[in-house]
Design a binder for this molecule. Structure first.
Ligand code: SF4
Length: 568
């Protein structure tokens, strides 16, 4: 059946209303205005700039640590302090704790990458909601509730736009009474700012081999809770990072405790998805972190407010894919532009949006007066040059071997590789440390647990300090229309219920932080089978990344579904 779809021509289309896209849209709108004011005889037609967002309100899917380096935002808003940028608190003190299960050692000096003087604790949700308002004031169209389903290409394989998801399909993909076909947004340039593991970005990178010759991307999963603590335990702007417990020495990651404002505190744990352990459970690691006496004491008498999870592209400099092709550029996390050593990606995302806008503005000038056509890769290559040779590239180059340093575990990284990299400008033993995709490092049960030990946690949440995944998902505000096509696509269920069960023990039931994957005795014959609860999904993308057979594809559900990360 051919579906008639509404065609919406725009000039520049940003996909994903995160900090990269919104900064890019604001800067581009201002560049055109400034040009037209200076060049009345050679004015550009007012370009149509649009930002599509999958969540119901801008910011609802915005989720990050988050301590922000404000330098890029200050470029967009030189009057930063008066502009009303929503920050929770300036960072007032920095600590790093090395932890065992019962003790902690505060490092006498905070390592330079974790020093946060001049930075701010922020809620990404509030920040992007504010940026969206600023973008609209500049004439940008911001459209929440429109998830992008796929990129559109012309007969020369140039990106020409984006198709949004169909709305009102039932579980079998049949139209319901409220069916509305997805729309086609056609643009001279599509800016992919989907955040971590974007669906369109993943497909584009594969189709155009944008990662050829690069290190494979490696990821971590960050799980965070927002708590309201007793006033006497609260220190506005206090930032603590932890190493060690609850992770094992061969696992990458760490914890964080950020004090915001109004007695609110983020408590989070990041765990590498390149672990060997098929039973690795990021949500469980956060629960265990909170049982440490120092953290349990902070949370004594506190109230859990919110919960969420996201994946983090950790590969850094060597994993940056080619950032452009005909008609398209990648910004922010979609372009692997997070600095894993500083645990920061908001400022690099904003900077990438600004640099994308500079290049696209040149494209608009070059195409002025012509019929709309995809901006050529030769022109958009300038964006990649701006990134690699500019502030972002310099910062990421200095951290280029950070994540790979943990290949042999925490201690070789902490006492050898990273100190060596600090004194060699990021080089270490050699210029480029290799990486392998995390899912290839996962070991089979018989190799990881040769004694046959059943890898089951005996951890029992107490409902006060520690919580089950379902309790936490409830606090993420996650909601999806139940009767819609599954947004988690499994390429081969047979493998899930046979080989994966036998070889890896279905790691999805462990690594998903929202209890979407369950092994259940569906037929009552004593044999468990995989069952999905997609309505729990908090859109972290861990399953799309960590599945050892790469059978799981996450696609955007109907518009507006997903978590509601207010204050996160
Ligand atoms: Fe994350 Fe996948 Fe679980 Fe959704 S189903 S919460 S994307 S791991």
């Amino acid at each position: 059946m051919t579906i008639a779809r509404e065609q919406n021509p725009v000039d520049v289309l940003f996909v994903g209303a995160g900090p990269a896209s919104l900064a890019g849209a604001i800067h581009l709108a201002r560049l055109v205005k400034a040009h037209n004011a200076k060049n009345p005889a050679a004015k550009l037609d007012d370009p149509m700039i649009a930002v599509l967002e999958k969540s119901a309100e801008v910011g609802y899917h915005g989720f990050s640590g988050a301590v922000m380096d404000p330098k890029s935002l200050r470029k967009l808003f030189p009057d930063f302090d008066a502009a009303g940028v929503p920050v929770e608190s300036p960072v007032t003190e920095d600590e790093v704790w090395f932890m065992t299960a019962s003790r902690k050692l505060k490092l006498p000096i905070t390592p330079p990458p974790l020093q946060n003087h001049g930075n701010f604790v922020v809620s990404l949700q509030k920040l992007v909601a504010w940026l969206a308002q600023k973008a609209e004031e500049e004439g940008v169209t911001v459209a929440p509730g429109y998830p992008a389903a796929e990129l559109l290409y012309d007969d020369q394989d140039r990106v020409t736009g984006v198709r949004t998801t169909d709305q009102g399909l039932d579980h079998h993909g049949q139209p319901k009474g409220n069916f509305q076909p997805g729309m086609d947004f056609l643009a001279r340039c599509v800016v992919l700012g989907e955040g971590t593991r974007g669906t369109l970005t993943k497909a584009l990178i594969q189709k155009k081999q944008l990662d050829a010759g690069k290190n494979p991307q490696v990821w971590a999963c960050g799980v965070k809770e927002l708590w309201k603590v007793k006033p006497e335990k609260f220190k506005k702007g206090r930032v603590i990072h932890t190493m060690g417990f609850p992770l094992k020495a061969d696992e990458f990651g760490g914890g964080f405790i950020y004090h915001l404002d109004h007695n609110l505190v983020y408590v989070g744990q990041v765990g590498g998805l390149d672990t060997h352990d098929p039973t690795f459970d990021p949500h469980l690691q956060l629960q265990r972190l909170k049982t440490h006496p120092a953290i349990a004491e902070l949370l004594d008498g506190a109230e859990l407010v919110r919960y969420g999870a996201k994946t983090i592209p950790e590969g850094g400099y060597w994993s940056i894919p080619r950032l452009y092709d005909d008609g398209v550029v990648l910004v922010g996390d979609s372009g692997s532009l997070l600095n894993p050593m500083r645990l920061k990606g908001i400022h690099t995302a904003i900077e990438s949006g600004i640099q994308a806008a500079e290049t696209i503005f040149e494209g608009l000038l070059a195409q002025a007066g012509q019929d709309p056509a995809p901006m050529p890769a030769s022109l958009l290559a300038g964006y990649e040059q701006r990134i690699l040779n500019g502030e972002v590239g310099k910062e990421l180059y200095a951290a280029r071997n950070f994540h790979q340093s943990f290949e042999d575990g925490l201690y070789p990284a902490m006492f050898f590789h990273i100190p060596l990299q600090m004194v060699t400008g990021g080089r270490g033993l050699h210029d480029r440390y290799a990486a392998v995709p995390g899912y290839r490092r996962m070991r089979k049960l018989k190799d990881k647990f040769p004694d046959g030990r059943k890898p089951q946690s005996d951890f029992k949440p107490d409902g006060k300090l520690t919580f089950s995944k379902l309790d936490d998902v409830y606090r993420s505000g996650t909601k999806h229309e139940e009767n819609q096509p599954p947004h988690l696509r499994i390429a081969d269920w047979n493998i899930c219920n046979t080989r994966c069960k036998e070889e890896y023990g279905n790691p999805c039931q462990h690594f998903c932080p929202a209890a979407v994957y369950e092994m259940v005795d569906l037929k009552g014959n004593g044999q468990t089978e995989l069952k999905l609860n997609p309505s729990n999904c908090v859109h972290c993308k861990t399953c799309d990344i960590a599945d050892p057979y790469q059978l799981i594809t996450w696609v955007a559900p109907e518009g507006g579904g997903g978590p509601v990360y207010v204050g996160m």
